[in-house]
Design a protein around this ligand. Structure first.
Ligand code: A3P
Length: 341
């Protein structure tokens, strides 16, 4: 099998056909089969959130199966080719990836889609802006050859990024979130979408796995630290954001993201309220409204990505002991780093 490469470019959602999910599932089986010899000797835990087990690779745990898993990470490292004009987003899972995808898609494509024609009004943000890890499953690349910029997201750790991405010098926006809210968000998400054969996960199990670092692409804290340090080394290339800060002042952060990615708002746009329009288009309420039904391209229900969209919901689910333990881990892991939520 030749792994599809990504030498094409531009958001045009007409490319999605009914057969694509089937093709992607078939390619996923091929990839997992092709790479199984490479990951069979990696350290493994017989625990998982969306899969039965996870493998440790380059210091991070990846699900043993699924569209974002050890197989698709290895395949991305081998096959994904960055272009100098690409723009990247990176997040640990459940840190607001869907929101960030929507915002960046809306910012970059703001002159392309007018008068209620924005694909975000009819498609899940994940179907508008692909993950690198999913792109390699596609026979037909998301973008046409001459389209610029291509927008991609990833959950991979910084050190696991395909070498061509690391070498490209492309801009990358990273976003993380209070680990206690990440834990609670992940707990709800997996119980909504995981295979029935895995059973229901309790909050105690979720806490146990999360606090020990056994999370997809985790340990969570190491994922954050790698990107944080890279953002200090390359501030012009990596913008480090938190979900909490984006919630607190969405307008300023949207301007900051646009400026950083090379798509600054003009004075006229600001006067015309273009920034506010983008914020409103991508608001939790609006995106949830447009994603109440249907499934995304990979088969997951659209509504699974819009739960509460609040800061601090952890307090409704975690005991004081759990909260204190997580605070202590966060304090120790982020000691000396200017990271707060
Ligand atoms: P909660 O489960 O706390 O509600 P991800 O996109 O990385 O999977 O993260 C999902 C989290 O982001 C969920 O958090 C979800 O509700 C929240 N979210 C999704 N869209 C959002 C938006 N437009 N604004 C704010 N939060 C959003």
């Amino acid at each position: 099998m030749s792994i599809p490469t990504t030498s094409h470019a531009f958001p045009d959602l007409s490319f999605v056909t009914e057969d694509d999910p089937k093709v992607e599932r078939a390619n996923l089986s091929l990839i997992l089969d092709r790479y199984k010899d490479r990951f069979k000797d990696l350290p493994k835990v017989e625990k998982g959130w969306l899969s039965k087990s996870m493998n440790l690779y380059q210091g991070h745990w990846y699900s043993s199966s699924g569209v974002i898993s050890i197989g698709t990470v290895l395949a991305s490292q081998d096959a994904f080719q960055a272009h100098p004009s690409d723009l990247y987003l990176a997040t640990p899972p459940k840190c607001g990836t869907t929101w960030l995808k929507a915002l960046v898609f809306a910012i970059v494509n703001r002159t392309k889609y007018k008068n209620n024609s924005n694909p975000l009004l009819v498609s899940n943000p994940h179907d508008c802006l692909p993950f690198i890890e999913n792109e390699i499953l596609r026979n037909k690349p998301t973008y046409n050859v001459d389209s610029q910029p291509r927008l991609f997201a990833t959950h991979m750790s910084y050190l696991a990024l395909p070498q061509s991405v690391l070498d490209s010098g492309c801009s990358l926006v990273y976003m993380c979130r209070n680990p206690k809210d990440v834990l609670v968000s992940t707990f709800h998400f997996v119980n909504k979408v995981r295979d029935k054969s895995l059973g229901v996960m309790t909050i105690e199990e979720a806490f146990e796995l999360f606090s020990k670092g056994f999370t997809p692409c985790g340990p969570f804290w190491d994922h954050v630290k790698e990107y944080y340090k890279a953002s200090l080394d390359h501030p012009e290339k990596i913008l480090f954001l938190t979900y909490e800060n984006l919630q607190k002042d969405t307008i300023s952060n949207v301007k900051r993201i646009a400026e950083f990615l090379g798509y600054p708002f003009t004075k006229e746009e600001e006067v015309e309220g273009v920034v506010e329009e983008i914020v409103s288009l991508c608001s939790f309420e609006n995106l949830r409204e447009h994603n109440q039904q249907g499934i995304k391209r990979d088969g997951l229900p659209n509504d699974a990505f819009f739960r509460k969209g609040k800061v601090g919901d952890w307090s409704n689910y975690l005991t004081n002991d759990m909260s204190q333990i997580l605070d202590q881990i966060t304090e120790e892991k982020f000691l000396g780093l200017d990271i707060s939520f």
